[in-house]
Design a protein around this ligand. Structure first.
Ligand SMILES: *Cc1c(COP(=O)(O)O)cnc(C)c1O
Length: 384
């Protein structure tokens, strides 16, 4: 018998084409996750389910062929500046593993007001209480070490003991601000509070070293910043906490509980390995990316837009206020969708449809010619 409810949808699923192919993409979410040619080939080669498990000795990160063991245990710890590293299914899974293993229900965690929603959700899933360190508001949205000191003091006053963890978002996903993580780590350590550095937008883009910054834990996102087909993440832990976070199952002695035994068990980790040489290389040229972002920011400011957050800016992710575009949207035929449509007509993708007054974008990895196309497009839209 034919199931009509299913049948009527099947045709839609046949080879879905991606409408943004061939555009200049300035979506911050997507810039750092664009695959290298090597990763694209790996995706095809290793696309079958459980493909990496041909020669598995029982744990994903111990697989020698393909060289997952060398990547996870030799390369990643060095790259992240930690004693122990693992791959996970994403930055959020990394954060949850830390929070769940380090804290008990009802414990407190301090995080920054600019923290990603996944930091909150991970804390909620681990049944923690959250206190946010406020940012300075518009236009800087700055997070300070003093804010962490104050939040820790408040928790001590309210509960009689310091929070179990603190987290700093480096940079945050709205303004691309890089707070003084080193000072924040120092403040946390004065109260013996271990610090998580959320590097979803930094690891794989810029050099980040947990030891140099004083972070006890570090998390990154493969599909956000390491040219991977996700979901995949990385997790780094200092020796001091590694037995706690990577505790093994009493019933299945080689399996780590927080990782539910194994994490990225297929094509995702192979795209990470395949892209890594180029990802490592690109982190060495971060200064070029910062120059590029600053140039782009100055071009947009000359068109009347205003860049929020750190100035001069230190990251490719930038947040703009655009009063001129907002004003135009008030009388435009397509209203607040006019900007999206004008950019789409010029094959530029990545500013969220419906936004004109404020929006974020990224210049990461884009050649100057492409950035010039974007600047010229905005110029034309504003001055038409
Ligand atoms: C994108 C993002 C995340 C989520 O990363 P996943 O790997 O998808 O879990 C977490 N934190 C920040 C700051 C992000 O920008």
């Amino acid at each position: 018998m034919i199931n009509v409810t299913i049948e009527q949808h099947l045709q839609k699923f046949e080879c879905i084409e991606r409408s943004t192919n061939g555009t200049i993409n300035i979506d911050p979410l997507q810039r750092g996750g664009i695959l290298t040619d090597e990763a694209r080939a790996a995706l095809m080669e290793w696309g079958d389910g459980y493909s990496v498990c041909d020669f598995c000795p029982g744990v994903l990160d111990k697989i020698k062929t393909p060289p997952i063991y060398d990547f996870v245990h030799k390369v990643l710890p060095e790259f992240l500046g930690v004693d122990q590293a693992r791959v996970t299914n994403g930055a959020r899974e990394s954060k949850f593993a830390i929070m769940h293993s380090m804290a008990q229900e009802g414990d407190w965690i301090v995080l920054d007001q600019s923290a990603h929603y996944t930091s909150y959700v991970a804390a909620q899933r681990a049944r923690l209480n959250v206190k946010a360190v406020p940012h300075s508001g518009s236009p800087d949205y700055r997070i300070t070490p003093q804010g962490y000191a104050d939040a820790i003091q408040e928790i001590i006053k309210e509960t009689g003991k310091p929070p179990v963890l603190a987290l700093v978002t480096y940079p945050d996903g709205n303004y691309g601000n890089l707070p003084d993580a080193k000072q924040i780590a120092a403040v946390c350590h004065e109260h013996e509070v271990p610090l998580i550095l959320n590097g979803a937008y930094s690891i794989g883009r810029m050099p980040v070293n947990a030891k140099d910054l004083g972070a006890d834990f570090i998390v990154g996102s493969g599909h956000k910043s390491m040219a991977c087909s996700g979901p995949i993440g990385v997790l780094g832990v200092s020796e001091q906490y590694s037995s706690k976070v990577f505790e093994k199952s009493p019933s299945h002695k080689v399996k780590e509980i927080e990782l539910l035994g194994c994490t990225a068990r297929g094509a995702t980790i192979m795209t990470m390995l395949a892209s890594f040489p180029k990802v490592f290389e690109r982190t060495q040229h971060w200064d070029r990316e910062v120059d590029s972002a600053r140039w782009f920011s100055s071009q947009l400011e000359s068109l009347g837009l205003i860049q929020m957050g750190d100035r001069p800016h230190n990251h490719d992710l930038m947040f703009f206020e655009a009063p001129v575009l907002y004003e135009m949207s008030q009388t435009a035929k397509d209203g607040r969708y006019f900007l999206y449509k004008e950019l789409k007509a010029r094959k530029i993708h990545g500013i969220k449809a419906g936004l004109t007054k404020f929006f974020k974008l990224s210049t990461f990895g884009l050649p100057r010619e492409d950035l010039t196309v974007v600047v010229d497009a905005l110029d034309e839209i504003i001055h038409s």
